[in-house]
Design a protein. Structure first.
Length: 253
């Protein structure tokens, strides 16, 4: 049971509720949305708070596996499992989120870079438990998109891109881009973000940012795709995500 709790799984009772009910919640306060580690993905998918304050997370959640997976899976479980192809690690990186970890020596608050170490590996100690996920609420009017490519519906993404844009018209005051499936941990594409913050959201700037994104990732070859194909997907999906996010930003301007 200790291993299951550390990984974020829950053992549901007869009513289908987590046995540690105190770790299943969604709370918005002081510009942050906090999630108990055992909050189910299905609850996140349909939460009005998430749709209003974190629409990027809502969109990404709808892409997680199949309905039975989202019904049983938890946000803490996905992050503690640390599969770099999963949607939630990319969201944590893109939105500058943190996780709260507790153990016999007290509490730690970790960023994405501090939590993820490699494929399926985190900095959690054997005696520590991930108890909460904290994501800054997205500004009203922010553009967003989560694009991914997988072989079949419900499969882990071969490559995924999480995107958030802040600004107005074609001006970009802040950009957030993070990948899934391009290496051992989620990759934050800061140099690509800087192109957009400097040059705006013109077609040329978006193409340049997408090209830079492909240069920033160093994916491995595996049975699902070659490194070159994953870099190609990074460029294509970054461009798609940026154009869709920019269109959303313009629609509410």
């Amino acid at each position: 049971m200790a291993d299951k709790i550390r990984a974020g799984w829950h053992d549901a009772g007869r009513e289908g509720e987590p046995r540690i009910a105190a770790l299943a919640y969604i709370r918005a306060e002081n510009g942050t949305v906090a999630f108990g580690a055992m909050t189910r993905q299905r609850a996140i998918e349909f939460s009005p708070v998430v749709r209003r304050r974190l629409p990027l997370l809502a969109e990404a959640t709808a892409l997680v596996g199949h309905l039975p997976i989202r019904t049983r899976g938890t946000i803490g479980g996905s992050l503690a499992h640390a599969d770099p192809s999963a949607e939630y690690p990319a969201i944590l990186a893109a939105l500058d989120g943190t996780v709260v970890v507790r153990g016999p020596r007290g509490e730690r608050v970790l960023t994405s870079a501090e939590l993820f170490r490699s494929y399926l590996a985190t900095s959690l100690g054997a005696d520590e438990m991930l108890v909460e996920v904290r994501l800054p609420a997205m500004p009203a009017g922010a553009g967003f998109a989560f694009e991914e490519f997988s072989r079949r519906h419900g499969d882990f993404a071969i490559v995924g891109i999480a995107c958030m844009l802040i600004g107005e018209s074609r001006r970009c005051t802040a950009a957030r881009l993070a990948t899934a499936g391009t290496g051992p941990v989620p990759t934050r594409l800061r140099p690509a973000e800087e192109i957009l913050e400097r040059d705006g959201l013109t077609d040329a700037a978006i193409d340049a940012a997408a090209g830079r994104a492909a240069e920033l990732v160093t994916p491995d070859d595996d049975l699902h795709a070659s490194s070159a194909y994953r870099r190609h997907l990074t460029r294509v999906l970054t461009g798609r995500a940026l154009r869709r996010a920019a269109a959303r930003m313009e629609s509410v301007a």
